[in-house]
Ligand binder design. Structure first.
Ligand code: EPZ
Length: 443
């Protein structure tokens, strides 16, 4: 049954919140376990729907998995993992499903996958993955349903990514780690914290990986990669969303687990707005004391350490009610401004020109019935509801559930007024008709 959030205008959020493990680090960490034979244990794993999907993907190949919700520990035993075919239905549930391709090629020399799903942010091709697997000696044939890859012997390669793609860097690096006897260089690699978390895991497994300036990763393939125990890094995107919630409600918040040095540009922008940010020793722990007179700031998203594209939508909400004009440019994805339409419905003064949004701050937003289009847009609409006059009904929270684990409970404990309800039947039928009867499958 679909659910909705009903959000009332909330007082200033106050208190402390626990930042869970990073979804985008946990997803690729789980995929990497295919490289090993045996039982691994991952700590600080958020139990969001995409994580459940990735667990189910490995189980569909023969692995066994158990999750301790109390301890947030995921145990995966890959001993019996014996299949290299991933069903198109599972592949279509999320973007991260493509990340099992490299590990399957190492384990079996074969991988039968399909085009991955994921948030609708633009075309999101996988050409950087496929054409560089070819460079590594992989043979790939495709039809409308399947991508069929096999390799008898990996070859050394100097891979140059035309764009520092997170997923392509991760996929190619996992294949290279197990490509015994060959050396792979990935030039113009992505070096997001989630990629560095994966490098730490692969090194624990026994991989030989070094990073060289300006952004080159060199991997010497090894014969065997062993099961590991690892703690997933805290989620900079959840932390950023919580800080924005405190900022826009004029509150105070302390996040003991947040890694400030993974959020530098984002924190700089909050400070430029006039909010007081305090960082703990060694950069662990972030606090905010919100200003009552926020100034609009402009920013451009980009590869790490630029402003993260996954905080663009939530940060846009803060600009909607700041003093002055903000120009936000989205450079990572072609179509990541879909949340503008719903923010305009709530009274925001936003003009879109190509991949730029020009926001004129307004005194307040107004509650409305809105629908989330992707994970981070769902967060933006929830945040907007916290400061809107009147109730805001957010539909499409399946996206929220894909990307966040109990975040609405954390916000409620801080003073947010968020209620969950089943989507009324008539709205369900209405939305199905709008989509011409096509109900998009997403986990
Ligand atoms: C990862 O997606 C994240 N997802 C995204 O988070 C994040 O926004 C993105 O990296 C950028 O940081 C996961 O880690 C599961 P990319 P990914 O490859 O790997 C183009 C969220 O909300 N491209 O760095 O798919 C692509 O279309 C999600 O948690 C190609 O053209 O991102 C995009 O324009 C959303 N060909 C750009 O590169 C390719 O083969 C960056 O994509 C691959 C990518």
């Amino acid at each position: 049954m679909a659910q909705q959030f009903v959000i009332q205008s909330s007082a200033a959020l106050q208190g402390q919140a626990h930042v869970y493990g990073a979804k985008n680090a946990a997803l690729v960490s789980i995929a990497s376990l295919i490289l090993t034979q045996g039982k691994s244990r991952l700590h600080n794993v958020p139990f969001s729907d995409d994580i459940v999907c990735m667990m189910n993907l490995l189980v569909s190949l023969g692995a066994s998995a158990s999750y301790n919700a109390q301890e947030m520990i995921l145990e995966v035993d890959t001993t019996a993992l014996a299949d290299w075919h991933v069903s198109p239905e599972i592949m279509r549930k999320m973007r991260a499903s493509i990340l099992v391709m490299g590990p399957l090629l190492v384990r079996f020399g074969k991988a039968v996958v399909a085009q991955p799903g994921g948030c609708d942010l633009g075309p999101r091709p996988i050409d950087y993955h496929l054409k560089n697997f070819l460079k590594m000696g992989v043979a790939i044939t495709q039809d409308t349903h399947f991508i069929d890859a096999h390799v008898t012997r990996f070859t050394s390669a100097r891979i140059v990514l035309e764009y520092p793609s997170v997923g392509a860097t991760e996929n190619l690096m996992m294949a290279a780690a197990g490509a015994y006897g060959v050396t792979t260089s990935i030039v113009n690699a992505a070096l997001e914290p989630e990629v560095l978390n994966l490098i730490a895991i692969l090194q624990k497994m026994g991989a030989s990986i070094t990073i060289h300036a300006p952004a080159t990763i060199i991997i010497e393939g090894v014969a065997q990669l062993r099961p590991i125990e690892h703690t997933i890094i805290p989620d900079r995107l959840e932390a950023g969303s919580l800080l924005i919630a405190a900022a826009i409600t004029g509150g105070t918040l302390h996040l003991p687990q947040a890694h400030a040095h993974e959020m530098d540009v984002f924190l700089l922008k909050l400070q430029e707005m006039g909010h007081t940010i305090t960082v703990g020793s060694q950069g662990v722990g972030v606090s905010i004391q919100a200003t009552k007179d926020p100034q609009a700031v402009s920013f451009k998203t980009g590869p790490y350490p630029s402003f993260p594209t996954d905080l663009q939508a939530p940060m846009m909400v803060a600009q909607c009610v700041a003093n002055g004009t903000s120009i936000i440019e989205e450079t990572v994805f072609e179509n990541r401004l879909l949340h503008v339409r719903d923010l305009q419905k709530m009274g925001a003064a936003i003009r879109v020109e190509g991949t730029k949004a020009i926001i004129q701050g307004v005194p307040k937003l107004y509650g409305a019935s809105v629908t989330a289009t992707d994970i981070r847009a769902s967060c933006a609409l929830v945040l907007a509801g916290l400061i809107a006059q009147g109730a805001t009904i957010v539909s499409g929270i399946s996206h929220w559930r894909r990307g966040y684990y109990n975040l609405e409970e954390k916000l409620t404990r801080l003073g947010a007024r968020i209620m969950v309800r089943e989507t009324p039947q008539e709205m369900m039928l209405d939305s199905i008709e709008k989509q011409q009867g096509i109900v998009k499958l997403s986990c």
